[in-house]
Structures are given as structure tokens and as C-alpha cells.
Design a protein around this ligand. Sequence first.
Ligand code: BEZ
Length: 213
Amino acid sequence: MSTIRLGDEAPNFTAKTTEGEINFHNWLGESWGILFSHPADYTPVCTTELGTVTKYKAEFDKRNVKVAALSVDGLVSHNGWINDINETQNTTVNFPIIADEDKKAAILYDMIHPNADSKLTVRSVFVIGADKKVKLTITYPASTGRNFDELLRVIDSLQLTAYHKVATPANWNVGDDCVIVPSVTNDEIPNLFPKGYTEVKSYLRLTPHPNLG
Ligand code: BEZ
């Protein structure tokens, strides 16, 4: 088991998937990535999650993000279950599902939490940057399906803050004002943020979204 922390390099692995064998880093290429585990095939919440991810593919593509799902089930199971996902969620699954039967990737990414379930992966999410560094980790229990709108929102924040000296406040969404990071001095602001800013407190300075309008 290894603990993966923000800023760590995402561990590489090779795996069988429903779209062929992959070397994870090579498969990511220059893209950002989301690696997310689910407890098991042919289960109700997971079925809705993978159907939802399929429907969001265009949104992930727009953000240059590749998505891969993972469970410890095998390829025969994954491929059979895909038929059910497509049928019940009115989709055509359009991303690889990793068949991690030997738990190699699950162990690398610490996706099995023995006090929750000794054999199955929990609902882990890893967002990986184009530099292969881990940008975000979230863990949900088996009983709670994920909110993929939140994942898109977080990716928008991660990609914005990677290139501008801003952070995003609570409940931020694209288009909302951003926070100027504390390391920027007031003298630097006109150059960096020509749209201007509002000083609520010396440490809380808001500026319009740098890329919009
Ligand atoms: C589900 O996906 O519905 C699920 C999987 C494992 C445990 C509980 C629910």
C-alpha cells in the first residue's frame, strides 16, 4: 500500500482494459486524466456513475481530460456489464474500464480500504495533471455515488489556477470572481489583472475570471 499525496507523481502501471492493454502514462500522453475506481460491476450505483461519465465525455474532452474507470472485476464481467450500462443509462460507454483482477493498480493507488471492504475498491478519484502529478484526490464510500458536476468544476479550477495567480473561492464556478493569491503584491495587480480588483480585506482581493469577458 502506498499513500498518494497531492503533488506526487501518479504511479504508472500496465493493465488490461475494455479498450485494450494500456501503459497508464503512455495512455495519458499530454492529457490530464481522471482515474476512478468503483466497487464492483453489476451494481446499481456504479451503473449510474459509469452511465453519467459516458454522457459527460464531451465535457472532459473539452478540458483535455481522459477518463478511466477501474474495478477488480475481469474483462468478461466488464464487457457484459457495459451492455447493461448502455441499455439502462441510454449510453454507449466511451472510455476504458480497467480490469484490475490482480489488484496491482488498486494497491498502488490505495483504493482498497480494508475497514470499509477487504476485497473491493472504494470510490476513489484521482485527477492527474498533464505533468503526471496528482492534483486532487477524493474518496467516497460504496453507498454514495459521485457528483461528476463537481469533478468538472474542480478541473476548471485546477486548470485555471495552474496558469493564473488566482485561487477559487467556496462554491466557485466558471465566470465567478476569483481570489488573487496572497503572494501577488498590490503593485503587481495592474499588470497581472488588467480587469481590476476589489479589496475586501488586504488578504482577500477579488478579480474577474481572467479568461472570460
Ligand atoms: C453500488 O454500486 O450500488 C454498490 C456497490 C457496492 C456496495 C454498495 C452499492
